[in-house]
Ligand binder design. Sequence first.
Ligand SMILES: C[S@@+](CC[C@H](N)C(=O)[O-])C[C@H]1O[C@@H](n2cnc3c(N)ncnc32)[C@H](O)[C@@H]1O
Length: 265
Amino acid sequence: MKIFALLRDQFQKDGGSYLAYLNRIGDFPNFELLTPECLLSKKKKAPLKILDLACGPGNAGDYLARKLSGRFSIEKVIYVDINADRLKTIPNSLIPREIVKSDLFDFLDKTGERYEVVVLRYAIYYFPLAEQSRLLEAVASAMPKGGCCVVSSFGLNDGETGFLTELSAKAMGLKSIHYDGCYVPPKDLKGRMKARGFLKFELSKGVTVWDIESFSKKFDLNKNQYGELKSWAASRCEEMGFSFKEENNNLYFEVPVYVLKGIKA
Ligand SMILES: C[S@@+](CC[C@H](N)C(=O)[O-])C[C@H]1O[C@@H](n2cnc3c(N)ncnc32)[C@H](O)[C@@H]1O
């Protein structure tokens, strides 16, 4: 069973609850460290193009654009996602935007433009490792020298991500999962980005909160499963050193998230 493929299908069907979830938790762990100064050199004068790839509801691109607009002029934010439904809730903003329904490889292959800031948030694990390399290569070719690529994803090591994939599988009522080879720890991701012309890396670790109520709704969890999941998750969280709490029949986990920033050489 390919867990990431399952998660992807689930997300495609039910992006609405994902957006509600993001809005509820204000989900930008450590994006506050991405100041305009650390993203781009002050010398950048031309209006910026910001590209949010696999943008989903577009929160990440919008967040960065608003941040950068205090210091730089912004030509436009381009939001790209393969799923038309996800693109319906791209935030409105005074900053010009372009919304493109496309597979991100097709988009990168065809675009003749260069993007000073590219963000890929919670999206890299949608692609098997070989495709991730191809993706980073295509991203690098669509960026000018000095541009900044931000990749953010869950888990800082295999153990943590193993927990997350198992948790998702259990929430979906699956007995076992086989890891699908899409997860890349930040250290390896850095190596892959380096090989494709990025340097000056900065990595920061944050946490986000996942809760079982969101899972239950998403995956139609029944009450028995909730009990099973709770005892399993409590012991695994203790093992992993994750914070875990139960409140009002809901379980909350703090999940590690990394934000890796690389500058195009
Ligand atoms: C978990 S969501 C992340 C959304 C958003 N980046 C965020 O941070 O909330 C992953 C997104 O990747 C999109 N996606 C998956 N494969 C894609 C592809 N090949 N091309 C473009 N978008 C893709 C999905 O439609 C989904 O909106």
